[in-house]
Design a protein around this ligand. Structure first.
Ligand SMILES: Cc1cc2nc3c(=O)[nH]c(=O)nc-3n(C[C@H](O)[C@H](O)[C@H](O)COP(=O)(O)O)c2cc1C
Length: 170
């Protein structure tokens, strides 16, 4: 599959089959995240993989949607804010960008392998921190379920290119 076809095919999946995710596929999506670029190659991310039902139930309390709770695997992309590169001019931290790129690698790789994911940021960070037992300085950036899709997902809706492309000037 070409990269463009993969980008077109990946959609958010909000219904999962209970079938377990084979270890080799889980390893592959985590490897895709690991290979992501990051500012100054700081790689400030940590990937928490939850398969234990009790731990998944605890994290689901941070985002109480039945389809999230039903997924056989949950991945929490967390960032180490102290490890991330900072711009010297204004102290801006690249932690969120770095983590987002890693998560995007992961979701695209999962789609390539026939697995579903869905970016989740609308979680309660206090509940998520507690469920993940995160140490100080490690922030939960995004969650995703991982599993075999039980739906096709919604049709892609994107702005036409001419609405977002600007040649030479705004
Ligand atoms: C940063 C980010 C946060 C998101 N948070 C949520 C979320 O909390 N819950 C949810 O159902 N979808 C969430 N989404 C999924 C978006 O709604 C989805 O990507 C968008 O509607 C485009 O649809 P597609 O992923 O099927 O192409 C999030 C996506 C991104 C990139």
């Amino acid at each position: 599959m070409s990269f463009l076809d993969l980008a077109r095919r990946r959609v958010s999946i909000r219904a999962y089959r209970p079938d377990p995710v084979p270890e080799a596929l889980l390893d592959a999506v985590l490897e895709a995240a690991r290979l992501a670029p990051s500012a100054k190659n700081a790689q400030p991310w940590h990937l928490l993989v939850l398969r234990d039902p009790a731990r998944r139930a605890a994290l689901a309390r941070a985002y109480p949607q039945p389809w999230f709770a039903a997924a056989p695997v949950m991945i929490a992309l967390c960032v180490d804010t102290a490890a991330a590169w900072r711009r010297r001019h204004d102290g801006y931290s690249s932690a969120a960008i770095d983590g987002a790129i890693a998560m995007d690698h992961l979701t695209l790789c999962a789609a390539d392998l026939g697995l579903g994911t869905c970016w989740i940021c609308a979680f309660d960070p206090v509940v998520a921190r507690e469920a993940l037992e995160l140490p100080a300085g490690i922030e939960p950036l995004a969650l995703t379920p991982l599993g075999y899709p039980a739906e096709a997902g919604r049709p892609k809706q994107r702005k036409p290119l001419q609405e977002i492309r600007h040649d030479e000037r705004w």
